[in-house]
Design a protein around this ligand. Structure first.
Ligand SMILES: [Zn+2]
Length: 377
């Protein structure tokens, strides 16, 4: 299973950000708590959280993580001390990692960085590529790179254009947070006269290398145009729910197949891909007051969801994985078919019992790049 979008260090917020003494919170109040963690964390703490998050992923059957990495520095000076720690932690845990190396330059559209964002900055284009090339030399066989612009809030349009073009030239995936909140859409409309996705549609030469993360508040016409040009979308249902972001209007069914979709654990408040997958389906059921949203030609929901969590994720990260076939990485998991959580499913119903009825308990072993590991360690 492929987790396309994670910020491992945010695992440190689990259990600490769901009390609301001053009344209702939002993405923006959560972000303050995240900045507080990002500002005070040291190298040991950062490495520990990466280990913890990646180990938990492996135990939940996730064989690859797309780590959208923007917390680069261990202090106010640009030292990029955290970059290598991500690679090291993934290697030690044994999970495949695609380092989605994030550019971060502004504190909002046309705004300077605020103090909570200083450890994120990649400062200039030169500095970004220099550091990326340095990291490229340190990758193991289970690691690869992707390019990321944090968001239209954090990266100027001209820089997004350059990053995207260079990603295409290098044959790398390109990821960006897009339209997670209404405020981002409104601010972008005021600044650029276009929505973030409208901007992406108009300004970038789109193909299948671009994965838009969230699209919670995307206009249907923007999304349709984006998908028509091969764009991909990563949904993070548990994070979007935890942060109170909203429910995206996802196109599926007769009009569109599901191949553009993938999922991610994002803030890692809970690490369980099955839960992300079923809430991808359930969110749309609640929104539309109907059952059976992500169905294949035979009407099978679980098969489609599992496809999103495997093949869809691998495609978004440019990996030969997510399916058992010659030439692909030997990344897979085994399920304990005698586990009470999947019983008494008939063989044809096992996938639905697994995806809709279990968390991580029925996962027995995982194999990454041909190396077996006990998921329950
Ligand atoms: Zn994110």
């Amino acid at each position: 299973m492929v987790n396309v979008h994670s910020h491992a260090f945010q695992r440190g917020l689990r259990g600490q950000v769901d009390r609301f003494p001053r009344g209702a919170g939002s993405f923006w109040t959560w972000r303050e708590a995240m900045y507080e963690l990002a500002t005070k964390i040291d190298t040991d703490g950062f490495a520990r959280l990466c280990h913890q998050a990646f180990r938990e992923m492996l135990a939940s059957g996730i064989t690859t993580v797309g780590e959208f990495h923007y917390l680069h520095h261990s202090g106010p000076v640009n030292n990029y001390a955290f970059d290598e720690l991500v690679l090291q932690a993934a290697d030690e845990v044994g999970i495949r990692l695609v380092l989605l190396y994030a550019s971060y330059e502004t504190g909002g559209l046309g705004q300077p960085l605020d103090p909570g964002q200083r450890r994120f900055t990649t400062r200039s284009s030169d500095e970004y590529w220099r550091q990326l090339d340095r990291l490229a030399d340190q990758l193991t066989v289970r690691q690869s790179l992707g390019i990321a612009a944090h968001s239209v809030r954090a990266v100027p349009l001209e820089q997004i254009r350059i990053l995207h073009e260079e990603a295409k030239r290098r044959g790398l995936p390109f990821h960006m947070h897009i339209e997670e909140t209404k405020r981002e859409v409104e601010e972008c409309l005021a600044f650029h006269g276009k929505t973030p996705l409208g901007l992406v549609n108009d300004e970038l030469e789109l193909d299948a290398n671009l994965t838009a993360v969230h699209c919670t508040h995307s206009r249907p016409e923007d999304l349709a145009r984006f998908l028509d040009h091969g764009g991909r979308v990563c949904i993070c249902p548990l994070t979007e729910a935890n942060l109170g972001d909203g429910l995206p209007a996802i196109e599926v069914g007769a009009a569109r197949n599901h191949e553009y979709l993938s999922v991610g654990t994002d803030c890692n408040a809970r690490i369980c891909l099955n839960e992300e997958l079923r809430w991808l389906e359930y969110g749309q059921r609640l929104r539309r007051e109907t059952r059976g949203i992500f169905t294949d030609v035979e009407g099978d929901v679980a098969a489609t969801l599992f496809d999103v969590g495997t093949r869809g994720g691998a495609a978004a990260l440019f990996l030969e994985a997510g399916a058992i076939r010659p030439g692909a990485w030997a990344d897979f998991l085994t399920i304990d078919l005698a586990h009470p959580a999947v019983l008494p499913a008939a063989p044809d119903d096992l996938m639905a019992a697994f995806v809709l009825g279990t968390g991580t308990e029925a996962i027995d072993q995982v194999c990454v790049g041909g190396r077996w590991q006990d998921a329950r360690q």
